[in-house]
Design a protein around this ligand. Structure first.
Ligand SMILES: Cc1cc2nc3c(=O)[nH]c(=O)nc-3n(C[C@H](O)[C@H](O)[C@H](O)COP(=O)(O)OP(=O)(O)OC[C@H]3O[C@@H](n4cnc5c(N)ncnc54)[C@H](O)[C@@H]3O)c2cc1C
Length: 405
């Protein structure tokens, strides 16, 4: 445990946050802005949080997510030359030449959103949280137990003293152990598929267009990053992932290039390949007595609609707002009413998209003949319905949710 950042007993936190991922750290900063002190417990080392390793994930952020990051001061810490605007998205299906275009013009925006490397987001969130006086980050601290009795919640930490506060918030990933300790179940959907992500460089300008190709056999997303580079995301049945990971760099780049019909010209691999098994997770509840869930611990999305961390930031914004109201009203932070308001709003914000995303994935990864027909029909209908595409674009920009919040 990193004792140098351990809170003294005289500085008891209002909230204990478990997990210093991008959601837990953003929450700690949001709570500080609401006048609440937090202690963040993280099993990893301080060095790995301060300078996170590149993990291949590039995160598409909505307009609402950007505004939240700006409000937290995290956006300003991101290297400007690593933020790439996502101007349009083109969706295609199977071997059909039909392309379903999405853009933000109808909504008055220049971009659907922005792409930022995940390790840069984590680095910026840590830098801001570590510099915030109301936030204590305790690294090398693996939480092993949770109890909630009377007016306090208590966390047991491996090789360290127990900590107490009126409220515990779990931000400890989609496979949250705290969620289980709190007796909260989750619906889980194991897609049996793996996403392989890596950076590629290419000959031709991508013009800020994301390409989402629902092919037969695998899905390929190519996301426009800074300069002539892109993030390639290949999603395929997990038993085929080993082949894509083992093949040499030139062959891998050649496969991606061929699947794009040379649209971006000659292509090279520009970074290591990383793989992620895909499991969607939706907690049965986001709140209980003296306990709440945020980030992936509440909702773990399939990456195809790029909502995971955006939802994490929405959860942070709403929970911090409700806790600030409770504090102003002199109420107990761990009592259920404030937490239930958070739960209801976050469920409204996320459940339809969680279910919709899973439905899209299941249909567009089904290569059987009837599904192929339905996939083509869905794209043709969507192409003929501009209002539907605008509604989806607004969803991508977060404009729909922005207006409500
Ligand atoms: C391939 C891929 C592409 C993605 N693309 C997008 C995208 O385009 N847009 C988007 O919005 N999202 C995207 N996401 C999702 C996004 O990466 C996640 O939503 C986000 O990283 C989750 O952050 P988190 O803080 O909730 O959890 P995590 O990043 O999982 O952090 C959890 C933290 O908790 C710590 N921890 C766990 N257990 C304990 C314990 N017992 N004690 C102490 N610490 C503990 C862990 O060490 C970790 O640091 C993508 C994900 C993947 C895999």
């Amino acid at each position: 445990m990193n004792e140098s950042q351990h809170p003294s007993s005289s500085e008891q936190a209002d909230v204990l946050v478990v997990g210093a991922g991008p959601a837990g750290l953003a929450l700690a900063v949001a709570l500080a802005q609401a006048g609440l002190r937090s202690t963040v417990l993280e099993q990893a080392s301080a060095a790995s949080l301060a300078a996170p390793a590149e993990d291949g994930r590039d995160i598409a952020l909505t307009h609402r997510a950007r505004r939240i990051l700006e409000q937290l001061g995290i956006w300003q810490q991101l290297p400007a030359d690593e933020i790439a605007p996502l101007r349009r998205a083109h969706v295609s299906n199977g071997v059909s030449p039909l392309v379903l275009p999405f853009d933000a013009q109808g909504d008055g925006h220049e971009a659907l959103g922005w792409l930022v490397p995940n390790f840069r987001l984590r680095e910026a969130a840590y830098a801001v949280a570590a510099a915030t006086p109301e936030v204590k980050i305790v690294c090398g601290a693996r939480v092993t137990g949770l109890s909630r009795l009377g007016t306090v919640a208590t966390l047991q930490v491996a090789d360290g003293p127990a900590l107490q506060a009126p409220l515990v918030v779990a931000a400890d990933s989609r496979f949250s152990t705290l969620r289980r300790m709190a007796g909260i179940g989750a619906r889980m959907l194991d897609f049996g598929r793996t996403a392989i992500v890596c950076r590629v460089s290419h000959e031709l300008d991508h013009q800020g267009i994301a390409l989402e190709c629902f092919r037969y056999g695998n899905t390929l997303a190519v996301l426009p990053m800074a300069g002539r580079t892109a993030s390639a995301v290949i999603t395929l049945p997990s038993d085929q992932a080993g082949d894509w990971l083992a093949t040499d760099e030139a062959d891998f780049a050649q496969r991606v290039q061929a699947q794009l019909d040379q649209r971006l010209g000659a292509m090279q691999l520009a970074g290591p390949r990383h793989s992620y098994p895909l499991v969607g997770v939706y907690a049965h509840r986001f709140a209980a007595h003296r306990f709440a869930l945020v980030g992936d611990a509440a909702v773990g999305m399939h990456p195809v609609t790029a909502h995971g961390y955006n939802f994490g930031l929405y959860s942070v914004q709403v929970l911090a707002r409700e806790l600030a109201k409770a504090r102003q009203a002199g109420l107990d932070l761990g009592a259920l009413p404030a937490l239930q308001t958070y739960e209801a709003e976050h469920r409204r914000n996320t459940l339809p998209i969680y279910l919709g995303t899973n439905g899209i994935v299941q249909l567009f990864t089904d290569d059987r003949a009837p599904a192929r027909l339905l996939r083509g029909a869905v794209l043709r209908v969507a192409k003929r319905l501009p209002p539907l595409r605008q509604a989806i674009s607004r969803q991508l920009t977060g404009a729909t949710l922005q207006r409500r919040s």
